[in-house]
Design a protein around this ligand. Structure first.
Ligand code: CA
Length: 221
């Protein structure tokens, strides 16, 4: 899952990015509203963490511009504690949730996960593909009731394939949702992770669709 953080307080932005990366998210950071809007428009994000007081363009304008353009990416707004801006206004512009500074990292992570859950199909917290379960909250995968140990990146690749189970997903799409903007390596890195997942979950769980990408199917157990 790929997250954009738009926050001009650099230390806060970096610590949030570090924390979310440690949880297996791909994270990009923008330090002003204009760059934030540009990245949000150009990239393909699963969630945006958006500060309100930003140089260039404030968070309300970034949010309302995205919504006016039909962009439905979930947005978690960060508001200052001084009450200068109220929560209702944030929600009016199309934000999905808000968090008042200062907040604990644990609370932020819980809100991020709740918003991402809402986005996955049917709002189910645990993704199921046949006998395979992927629990993004607990970062836990089971196959036929047995727990499967995955690295953070393997988990992120599997999670994205599971969200889109049954559909053909291109390597470029996987790369876009699992690796961050700064990654400039070969798109074929995705093959390495798919091979690892096949070893752990069975060779037929992720089908190669020649020239198009991969399709996740019910595992054979
Ligand atoms: Ca700010």
């Amino acid at each position: 899952m790929r997250v954009l953080i738009v926050e001009d307080e650099k230390r806060l932005a970096l610590s949030l990015a570090r924390g979310l990366r440690a949880e297996g998210f791909a994270v990009d950071v923008a330090h002003d509203g204009i760059d934030g809007l540009h990245k949000a428009t150009e990239g393909s994000y699963d969630l945006i963490v958006l500060d309100i007081m930003l140089p260039g363009m404030n968070g309300y304008r970034v949010c309302s511009t995205l919504r006016a353009a039909g962009d439905e990416t979930p947005i978690l707004m960060l508001t200052a504690k001084d009450g200068e801006y109220d929560e209702a206004e944030g929600l009016d512009t199309g934000a999905d949730d808000y968090l008042t500074k200062p907040f604990s990292y644990v609370v932020l992570l819980a809100r991020v996960r709740a918003l991402l859950r809402r986005r996955t199909r049917g709002g189910a917290s645990v993704l199921r593909v046949g006998e395979l379960t992927v629990d993004p909250g607990a970062r836990r995968v089971t196959l036929d009731g047995r727990e499967v140990t995955l690295t953070a990146k393997e988990f992120a690749v599997l999670e994205y394939l599971a969200v889109r189970a049954g559909e053909v997903v291109s390597k470029a799409e996987i790369l876009e949702h699992v690796w961050d903007f700064a990654y400039e390596g070969d798109v074929n890195i995705v093959e390495v992770y798919v091979s690892a997942l096949r070893r752990k979950l069975g060779p037929d769980t992720i089908v190669t669709v020649r020239g198009a990408g991969y399709r996740m199917v019910r595992p054979d157990v």
